[in-house]
Structures are given as C-alpha cells and as structure tokens.
Design a binder for this molecule. Structure first.
Ligand code: MG
Length: 377
C-alpha cells in the first residue's frame, strides 16, 4: 500500500484526479498540456500551471510591480493601488470566476499574475515614451514586453533562457499582445483574465480617485452603474461618504462578476461546449451582457474625462515622461552608463532595444533616482 501510494503521488496522479473531478469538459487540463519549449522533467507535487505561477512570483519583474504605477503615482498618497495590488485584485477576481465556471484555476492564476509584468515605470505614460523612443525598432507594448521577460530577459535557470513556462500560459499572453490581429479566441482561461482585469480597474480607479479627492461623489451621479451600486448598498439607509464609497467599490465588482457569470454560463450551455479546443474556434465566450457592457463603457468614458485626464494626473504624467525621455536620450548618447550586462547585450540586440529593456525594468522610484544621478547632477 505504501508503494502504491508513493507511485500515485510520483505520477502526478493527484493533480489529474483532482482536475477530473472538479473541471468542466471545456477547461484546460494539466495532463493535456502541450508542454514547454525546453523539455523538463515533470515535478511530482505540482501541476504544470502551479509551477508556472511559482516561477512568475519569483521573478524580479513581479516583485518590482510593488513600486510601479497603476494609474496614480505614489507621491499622491499611499491608499491607492499600485501595479502589484492591481495584479492581486485581478488574480482574485479571475480565480473566483474560473472556479465558478469550473475552469483551470491554476492556469488562470499564472496568467493573471503575469498579465502586467511588462509595464515600465509610470504606467501607460511610460509605455508611450518607450513606444516613441523605439519607433524605428518595433515600438514598445507592455503586453509584448511581458512575453520578452518570461521568454528571454529573466535569467534564473541554467538550462534555458526565461522561465520556460507552459505553452498554454504563454499563449494567453500572446493573445493579449496581439489582440487586434488575432481572429481566433484564446482559451476560456485567458478570456477570464482579460475580463477580470477590466472588472478590477473599472471598480478600483473610481475608488482611488475619490480617496485622492480627484473626484467627489456628486460627479458620479450621472453614471448609471455607479447609481445602481449606490442603491444596492444603501437600501434606503444614510451612509457616510467614506463607507458608501468603499461599499460601492465592492458592489461594482460583485455586479460585474454576477453579470459575467450569468451571461457566460448561458453562452456555454447554448453552444454545448465539450472541449477546450472547441472554445478556441469560436468567438469570445467569456463576457458581459450588452447592458453591462454599455454601463461599463459609460463608466470608462467618465473615468477617462474626469480622472485619467485630471490636471493633477496630467501634471505628474508630464514630468514622468520628461524624465524617461531624458534618461533614454542620455543613455543613447553615453551607453557606457548602462550596467555592464546591458552593454554586453546591446552588442547582440542593438542599443535602442537594450535601453528600452533597461528602462522598462525600472520601478518608478529607481527611474527618478537614475534621472537625478544621470541628468540633474
Ligand atoms: Mg492589468
């Protein structure tokens, strides 16, 4: 019995058995994985996607998310989300949705934790600067850069470059990087991560903007989804502004998740999905009802006008962009200022892309320190 038991565990049977019991026929199973680019022995106590998740968590790029901007830089305060806490909220929402739909939660978790690791300092402001600086070298997108990190830049294993993640995990990010050009859908698990990203930022950006006094509650009175959430949490009671705002932020997530589950389950039933491959040949399945999509679009337009283009946000964005542009130009002019490993790499891949990789890897804080050291001193 003891031998049988150890064989059972050594063959990764617990993972396969557990997934057979818990997952729907249209979920991706660990035992059906297409494997990794470089062959590796199977580990006996973790499934392939659990292993991917752990590899991502141990990267420098993942740790640096804690000092990278989501929307608001840290000189505005310390209540609001940074890129790491946003990532954890996305992961939490995505896992909830995956479990409810009986999809592969481990794969969803790995993809969610990876989805934003390609962001440079200062969020989309930083991305725009790098894209302009690299215009003659293929441009820059955080989604493509995330792939570059996990396939090339993270050097942690002696036998291969990057993290050698499972192909299913890589494919999820490839879809994010090529969204507009791809006709087929990604796996349902990748669709869940995409939906969870949008649910998280629509809810937390409003909450953060209120806390930072970039908005006041009265401005949101014309936003339908906000009003519905207010009615649902107040139930006729008078709530303080702070409690109302916090309760509404949670309610917004709940409303969106409920709508997404209801709409997605109905589609899955209608299409009689019975395999993971079948789902990839159809139009996207994981999504909101039309009514919820319209309401989310209204909220996003409101946030664009009133938050992302708020003078305080624009002011910080402008100074951050000036700093990054200055850093790029200085390193281009004086490449010997790059760390030695980057100087060596520039001989292989060219100076422009090397500077892009170096700056993209910086946290907000390190970018300011380098700006002070290389430009202001
Ligand atoms: Mg995100």
């Amino acid at each position: 019995m003891a031998d049988q038991s150890s064989e059972y565990f050594l063959a990764l049977q617990p993972v396969a058995d557990r997934e057979r019991q818990l997952l729907a026929p249209y979920a991706i199973r660990s035992e059906d994985t297409k494997g990794r680019k470089y062959d590796e022995s199977v580990q006996t106590y973790r499934g392939p996607f659990q292993r991917d998740r752990d590899r991502i968590i141990h990267t420098a790029a993942y740790r640096r998310l804690s000092h990278k901007t989501q929307v608001f830089t840290n000189d505005l305060g310390d209540y609001h989300r940074n890129r790491l806490t946003h990532t954890l909220e996305v992961c939490s929402i995505a896992r909830t949705i995956a479990r409810a739909l009986k999809l592969n939660e481990d794969l969803v978790e790995a993809m969610a934790l990876m989805h934003d690791i390609g962001h440079p300092p200062f969020g989309h402001s930083g991305e725009d600067v790098l894209d302009a600086c690299l215009v003659n070298d293929g441009g820059f997108s955080h989604n493509r850069h995330a792939l570059r990190i996990v396939e090339v830049l993270e050097q942690r294993y002696p036998d291969f470059p990057g993290l050698n993640l499972s192909l299913e995990t890589i494919e999820g990010q490839q879809f994010r990087a090529a969204k507009k050009d791809v006709k087929l859908s990604p796996s349902l698990e990748a669709q869940v991560v995409d939906a969870a990203d949008s649910i998280a930022y629509d809810s937390h950006d409003a909450d953060d903007a209120l806390e930072l006094n970039l908005l006041d509650l009265s401005q949101l009175r014309n936003v339908a989804i906000w009003n519905t959430a207010v009615e649902r949490v107040s139930e006729g009671r008078e709530l303080s502004d702070v409690l109302l705002r916090r309760a509404v932020a949670h309610e917004l997530i709940d409303m969106q998740v409920q709508d997404l589950l209801k709409n997605t389950v109905a589609k899955i039933e209608k299409m009689q999905l019975d395999s993971a491959d079948q789902a990839k040949n159809l139009r996207p399945i994981v999504g909101h009802s039309k009514q919820m999509m319209n309401q989310k679009n209204d909220l996003e337009s409101f946030l664009l006008q009133n938050v992302y283009r708020h003078p305080s946000v624009i002011r910080v964005r402008d100074s951050a962009q000036t700093a990054l542009r200055g850093l790029f130009a200085r390193l281009q002019y004086d490449p010997h200022l790059l760390p030695k490993s980057f100087i060596r790499r520039s001989e292989e891949i060219g100076l422009q892309r090397t500077i892009g990789d170096y700056i993209a890897g910086m946290t907000d804080r390190f970018a300011w320190q380098e700006y002070a050291r290389l430009i202001e001193s």
